[in-house]
Write a protein that binds this ligand. Structure first.
Ligand code: URA
Ligand code: SF4
Length: 239
């Protein structure tokens, strides 16, 4: 598998989210492009202080070409709202940019991406985080956590605090020492304002889709409250 790297735009365009988005539409960095309707890149301001990373687009997102526009997106909107954030103020993206599914009769059932898909797609996430330069990246669920931190994660054990990338996570594409990563990058003409730190900090939380699967109402409310707490923590750290 070649990975997405060779589809990244050259030169200054790699710092431009719109150029990245356009270029991603041609990506054949893994086999997931073949069965999906289209690439689903990101939405939200290109200078957001807070970036939220999900797993991969779902059925709705695949059809509409926008991330978090289905049921998980509505739940995320509610959680952002409860945390005092507007969905329009955060940058929303996914670890993997094409919908992976299994066809069952007339239905397309979500299938989690493999580690190889996450790895193949990582150049996009690395480039967009460098271009946006958020202060905090919220990784929602284990797939996003693995992509951002560069190692397997256990969300339940690591949520609820702000993680530093610094020396602790050399395998993260966003840590200052990462090859080809290193958090923010400055275009050669210095057009971008200097950023206060070198790498974003990270908050791990549950994926909103996981909440949709919780049947018990009290458990679901507790899970929602925990998601809101994590988003609030991230928002405070990004301030
Ligand atoms: N789940 C995700 O991880 N991302 C989306 O865009 C939608 C659902
Ligand atoms: Fe490229 Fe990512 Fe789509 Fe694979 S999932 S084809 S790496 S954009």
């Amino acid at each position: 598998r070649p990975g997405a790297q060779e589809w990244l735009p050259r030169g200054r365009a790699v710092h431009d989210v719109e150029a990245l988005d356009r270029a991603a539409h041609d990506c054949h960095g893994c086999e997931l492009w073949a069965d999906a309707t289209q690439v689903v890149f990101s939405r939200g301001p290109h200078d957001a202080r807070l970036a939220l990373v999900g797993e991969q687009p779902g059925d709705h997102e695949d059809r509409e070409g926008e991330p978090f526009v289905g049921p998980a997106g509505r739940l995320l909107d509610d959680a952002l709202d409860a945390a005092g954030l507007a969905a329009d103020d955060v940058y929303l993206t996914n670890a993997v940019k094409h919908f992976r599914f299994e066809q069952r009769g007339g239905r397309r059932l979500h299938k989690s991406p493999d580690v190889a898909h996450v790895r193949a797609c990582l150049p996009w996430l690395t480039a967009e985080v460098a271009a946006v330069g958020p202060r905090v990246v919220v990784a929602m669920g284990a797939t996003a956590g693995r992509a951002v931190l560069g190692r397997p994660v256990r969300v339940t054990a690591e949520r609820g605090r702000v993680l530093d990338l610094g020396d602790a996570e050399p395998a993260s594409p966003f840590s200052p020492g990462a090859p080809g990563g290193g958090g923010r990058s400055e275009p050669s003409d210095g057009a971008r304002l200097p950023r206060p730190t070198d790498a974003p900090r990270v908050v791990l939380t549950t994926h909103p889709s996981a909440l949709l699967r919780v049947r018990d109402r009290a458990q679901r409310e507790a899970a929602f409250a925990a998601l809101v707490d994590d988003l609030r923590l991230a928002a405070d750290a990004a301030d």
